[in-house]
Unconditional design. Structure first.
Length: 195
């Protein structure tokens, strides 16, 4: 029995083994004009596999590049576009990823940044409002990470620790929102029809 794992590895697996077989067959055709016609048919098949990409400006160019890659750049035809080799394109640069140590991972980096900003603010109603919003956000984050750990004292202690003692919430100072969403998505309200 012939298994795909025993066959030659596909160059571009998104087009499948049949398209790869067509490309291999096109490389065996001796007449140059017939090879070009076969390549155009293969491009037509490839374009029908991904019709949603037809709006892209360079869709045809991409298909011809893929055809050249699948033939290992050995298909001898008059290419309608200049072929870009994969080695010429190169790999993109590595994205920088911030390697910050977060004190409380369940609150996240943004909450930590906000705590650092709020702790340096002057006393006033704006600071109190931000502290209240911050405590509510911390409560939601704590709920999502551990539903049975919703303790206002724990939030106050964490906020005190994260702000180096500059933000101190006393009992009753922050009014927590009573509603905590149970999921991130709204429930669908599908109407059942009688058949």
């Amino acid at each position: 029995m012939d298994y795909n794992t025993q066959r030659e590895k596909l160059r571009l697996s998104e087009y499948g083994r049949n398209v790869q077989s067509m490309v291999d067959y096109a490389m065996t055709i001796s007449d140059r004009g017939e090879r070009l016609n076969c390549a155009k048919v293969i491009i037509g098949v490839m374009s029908r596999m991904y019709p949603q990409n037809k709006q892209n400006a360079n869709f045809d160019q991409m298909l011809w590049d893929h055809l050249a890659y699948m033939s290992n750049y050995q298909l001898d035809i008059d290419w309608p576009y200049e072929i870009t080799k994969v080695s010429e394109v190169g790999r993109p640069e590595r994205m920088p990823y911030p390697m910050n140590n977060i004190q409380f991972r369940h609150y996240g980096h943004l909450v930590e940044q906000l705590v650092q900003k709020v702790k340096d603010m002057e006393e006033g109603p704006e600071r109190e409002q931000l502290i209240s919003m911050l405590a509510n956000q911390m409560r939601k984050d704590l709920y999502y990470s551990s539903k049975n750990a919703l303790d206002p004292k724990r939030i106050a202690d964490n906020l005190y620790y994260m702000s180096d003692g500059k933000i101190n919430i006393e009992e009753g100072q922050v009014r927590y929102n009573s509603s905590i969403p149970t999921s991130n998505t709204a429930k669908s309200r599908r109407v059942k029809r009688n058949k």
